[in-house]
Ligand binder design. Structure first.
Ligand code: CP
Ligand code: NVA
Length: 306
């Protein structure tokens, strides 16, 4: 049976194995790798939205594993407009061994996965960003030497990135607080699921609205854009409303002295994060960006390897 990675929950049984495999792959030579685990395999990458990290890290990752990636941009397919989602899924399944899909909606993501006979990997939709979460926790593991028991504090919009982090933290026994304005909380079903998992793992998952209270004792501070792709019409209103949630030195003072700062990027200095924090000594955002590739190579092998 094919294995889709639509949610972090699709890695619930082997999330830590995937992270361990990513650590191993990172140690192996980046260029001229002798690995050919995915030799002859092709990944189709369907994008409805722009991307730097997701596109390049998947493409280079596939190349390093001995396979290939084909980029399919928004103008080429016009998924659901020029052609139905199910026809795109059926046709692509005849050409490629797996599909990486960046979608506007989780519903389209699930529809594509339902009709595709090859595995579908979520490269971001409006509900989750599971590959980002794997890279994030890989980065925390590298910097802190462990995951279990650490306190991650997410500040800002309870969006796709936040939703996936709730599940990732729960699965790995981390504690997570999400500080968001009351109307921008993470998805309620995902929050409930994460809290249920955390109970069994000895972790604590909470949401609150005061960022200063939230950041107290943080090992990791995480933020993301206040205006996700597709929300451009709300830009002005959001930027005003979220201002108290900016991650800056004053807020970060409440964190543990050795806290690390994560951001999935692209970042907006002066909005969700100040330049002093993202360009400062606690920031590990470029290691995090690099880790997208290592984490995704591990995911690709889990999905496509023999
Ligand atoms: N973090 C992330 O997914 O970046 P891109 O939008 O550039 O792929
Ligand atoms: N929440 C952001 C993440 C970008 C990588 C978005 O969906 O646009």
């Amino acid at each position: 049976m094919k294995r889709d990675i639509i949610s972090v929950m699709d890695m619930k049984d082997d999330f830590e194995d995937i992270l361990a495999s990513a650590v191993k792959m990172k140690k192996e030579p980046k260029k001229g790798s002798k690995q050919d685990v995915l030799k002859g395999k092709v990944l189709g990458m369907v994008f409805e939205k722009p991307s730097l990290r997701t596109r390049i890290s998947f493409e280079v990752g596939m190349t390093q594993l001995g396979g290939k990636a084909v980029y399919i941009g928004p103008d080429e397919v016009s998924i659901g407009k020029r052609e139905s989602v199910s026809d795109v899924a059926n046709v692509l399944s005849r050409y490629v061994n797996a599909i990486m899909y960046r979608a506007f909606s989780n519903q389209t993501m699930r529809e594509l996965a339902k009709h595709a006979s090859v595995p579908v990997i979520n490269g971001l939709d409006d509900l989750e960003h599971p590959c980002q979460c794997a890279a994030d926790l890989l980065t925390v593991m590298e910097k802190k030497g462990k995951l279990k028991g650490l306190q991650l504090v997410y500040v800002g919009d309870g969006n796709n990135v936040c939703n996936s982090l709730l599940l990732g933290c729960a699965l790995t026994g981390m504690n997570m607080r999400a500080a968001t304005p009351k109307d921008f909380k993470p998805n309620a079903d995902i929050l409930a699921k994460a809290q249920e998992i955390a109970k069994g793992k000895g972790g604590r998952i909470e949401t609150l609205s005061n960022p200063y209270q939230a950041v107290e004792g943080a090992d990791v501070i995480y933020t993301d854009t206040w205006v996700s792709m597709g929300q451009e019409a709300e830009k002005q209103a959001r930027e005003k409303l979220f201002l108290p949630y900016q991650v800056n030195d004053k807020l970060a003072e409440k964190a543990n002295k050795d806290y690390i700062f994560l951001h999935c990027l692209p970042a907006h200095r002066g909005l969700e994060v100040s330049a002093e924090v993202i360009d400062g000594p606690h920031s590990v955002v470029f290691d995090e960006a690099e880790n997208r590739m290592h984490a995704q190579k591990a995911i690709l092998v889990a999905v496509l390897g023999k």
